[in-house]
Design a protein around this ligand. Structure first.
Ligand code: TSJ
Length: 643
């Protein structure tokens, strides 16, 4: 504790004014601290608070965290840890509690001091959440007393006050995001649920409960995984068919760092590799992933040679070793370096060496001791290698036939005039009639239209060679111009916005899911790079006399209708539901859905590959029961797949 308070004192001593300036800076440029002020930044506030409780759990003092969304989008986070220290430091006359909420970069993340391993990808902590909340209250149960403190937009509105006695310890924070700071303050339960589940998997033995108390019926879940990341792998594979009974678990440590890996092969063709550093998801990979991949490939090749399954001189590629693989890599280290475009790539090279040696040694040993599993895995990799070779040949054939990267654009494509990909966009439109409206309504200088029609292919089961031959997807591949699979090349992409425009009904959602699955499986960089969008067409058209307006939700419909009525309660407002894109005239489609000045696009992020994979697998897999269950549980998502 000494370390922590010393550090706080140093920062705090500088000047009281700096405190206010610090939090003012957060309110001036919130995006710098939480990434954005959209829904993602809004949810980030919760993660920042919860991270503190998780740090307390990592330190060994807390085993239960409760997170809830209260009516009015108030967030409550509570833990049974030691409670944030409340004693007044003689040097400063303030408590750690006050500092945590008022000093930028304070909180449980003091680098070397404090906790040995702490999260904090952005390292911003509680003070940023405080600055961006129109109110925040904290309650600390500690030393037999309940201490309370209140804030508004970062400023103290009630100093630390003892409000009662208690026989337990712990910290509870409640806050309401400042509507002046965020585009939306509406929390999504499922987003928080997925994140909390992930954290429960990553912290074996920690119970995380979550509840949504906004609706008439509360939603809730309580997550506790004794097996940690082993159960994470089981969870991801739960609707797949595993090739061996239980997952393979490996762990190891050096001074100041540790790693654990769980993996299991299934009979599918996809690779699901999810990595974390200090419990922070690293979707861009990094040194821990590099070490893992290298060691897996080496271990399988060495085993193949030793058992004679692999001929002398032959070798299996890394990708073939990862077909049908689900793996979780979790590393903990004292000074993580996050790099890359989104600071989501681990840069510490010592993690490559650590993970490499742990995986190579432990996996080699496992294969020796479990020859039946070893054979299944090696067979799988060998089959993948053969299939890849066959796919390459098929590709060559098709390329010769119709020049996939080439100059022959699909008949249906209505291309735009501009050739600079950075300035152009392509609308992939469901149905010929909507395609017609879009073609007439568009700005042909920079907007291309590609209509799609009919049922597409079940991508989950398809291998690359089948996709190549599919007449529904070939136009998409050709129009985008960047190839697919191993050879996908973003530099060749012909449009930097790929916009899926489909109806807000079940068929539309089906097409959207299929296209996203296809992009996810075969053009992954397209999704990772944020090039894919979903157009949001309006649901209602409201007419009063000569005035028409549109609405994108039931709430907006009611609001717009009231606005149009104005002071005239008898005014007749005609409300019509758009049955589909095909029903809109070209001008309406342009104004509501295509004009960059007025439209809303939803960027497809697939932030959580695990969740995406769940939807894809369940909705398109062969197992009927999980699909039925999923659709019943997520009726709203099945209609409007919300990534
Ligand atoms: F930071 C915060 F306000 F966001 C927050 C912190 C929010 C929540 C919900 C919990 C916490 C938190 C902090 N839970 N547990 C702690 N623990 C400490 O701050 C703590 C307690 C004792 C000692 C010690 O050395 O005695 C040290 C620390 C850092």
């Amino acid at each position: 504790m000494a370390d922590i308070t010393d550090k706080i004192t140093q920062e705090y001593d500088a000047s009281q004014i700096q405190v206010l300036e610090g939090l003012e800076a957060v309110r001036k440029r919130p995006g710098m601290y939480i990434g954005s002020t959209s829904a993602s930044g809004l949810h980030h506030l919760v993660y920042e608070i919860v991270d503190n409780s998780i740090d307390e759990a990592l330190a060994g003092y807390c085993d239960h965290i409760e997170v809830s969304i209260e009516p009015g989008n108030v967030i409550r986070v509570s833990d049974n840890g030691r409670g944030i220290p409340v004693d007044i430091q003689p040097q400063t006359g303030t408590s750690a509690l006050e500092v945590v909420f008022t000093v930028l970069h304070a909180g449980g993340k003091f680098g070397g001091g404090g906790y040995k391993v702490s999260g904090g990808l952005h390292g911003v902590g509680a003070s940023v959440v405080n600055a961006l909340s129109d109110w925040l209250e904290v309650e600390v149960h500690k030393g037999g007393k309940i201490h309370q403190m209140k804030f508004s937009r970062g400023e103290i509105t009630q100093g630390m006050t003892v409000i009662g006695e208690t026989d337990r310890t712990g910290t509870t924070v409640r806050f309401h995001p400042d509507p002046e700071m965020f585009e939306t303050t509406d929390y999504d339960y499922e987003t928080l649920h997925i994140r909390m589940r992930e954290q429960a998997f990553l912290n074996a033995g920690l119970r995380i409960s979550i509840a949504d108390r906004r609706g008439e019926e509360a939603l809730s879940d309580s997550m506790y995984y004794e097996g940690g990341i082993r159960e994470f792998v089981d969870y991801i594979n739960r609707n797949k068919t595993p090739l061996h009974p239980s997952c393979i678990y490996m762990s190891g440590a050096r001074t100041d760092s540790e790693c654990e890996i769980a993996l299991q092969y299934n009979d599918g063709y996809n690779e699901i590799l999810v990595s974390f550093a200090n419990n922070i998801h690293t979707p861009e990979g990094g040194m821990h992933e590099t070490g893992f991949k290298a060691a897996l490939t080496r271990a399988l090749n060495a085993y193949g040679k030793r058992t004679g399954m692999l001929k002398e001189g032959d070798s299996i590629s890394g990708e073939d070793c990862r077909e049908g693989l689900t793996a979780i890599i979790s590393v903990k280290l004292t000074e993580p370096q996050f790099e890359g475009q989104t600071k989501a790539k681990l840069g510490n090279s010592e993690m490559r060496t650590l993970v490499d040696s742990v995986v190579f040694d432990k996996l080699s040993q496992f294969l020796e001791e479990n020859p039946a599993v070893g054979k299944v895995i090696l067979d799988k990799a060998l089959t993948a290698a053969r299939a890849r070779e066959a796919a390459r040949k098929a590709r060559e054939n098709i390329r010769r036939k119709n020049g996939l990267e080439g100059f022959n654009m699909p008949d249906k494509l209505r291309d735009c005039n501009d050739r600079d990909p950075a300035l152009t966009e392509i609308y992939i439109v469901e149905g010929d009639s909507a395609g017609g409206s879009a073609t007439q309504g568009r700005d042909s200088r920079f907007q291309a239209i590609l209509p799609l029609w009919g049922k597409m292919l079940n991508v989950e089961k398809a291998r690359a060679e089948k996709v190549y031959g599919n007449d529904k997807l070939t136009p998409v591949i050709t129009a985008l111009g960047a190839g697919l699979g191993d050879e996908f090349d973003l530099n060749k992409l012909r449009y930097h916005k790929v916009i899926i425009m489909a109806d807000a009904d079940v068929d539309g959602s089906h097409i959207r899911t299929l296209l996203l699955t296809f992009f996810f499986r075969f053009m992954r960089p397209l999704i990772d790079g944020g090039y894919v969008y979903s157009a949001i067409p309006p649901l209602y058209k409201l007419t009063r006399g000569k005035t028409t307006r549109v609405a994108f939700s039931d709430e907006e419909r009611d609001r717009v209708s009231a606005e149009m009525r104005g002071d005239n309660p008898n005014a007749r407002i005609d409300i019509a539901r758009f049955k589909g894109l095909g029903e809109m005239d070209p001008h309406e489609l342009w104004e509501t859905t295509m004009n960059p000045e007025t439209r809303t696009l939803k960027k497809i992020t697939l932030e959580d590959a695990v969740h995406a994979d769940e939807i894809f697998t369940v909705l398109m897999g062969e197992k009927v029961e999980p699909r039925k269950e999923f659709i019943e549980k997520n009726a709203k998502y099945a209609v409007n797949l919300d990534y």
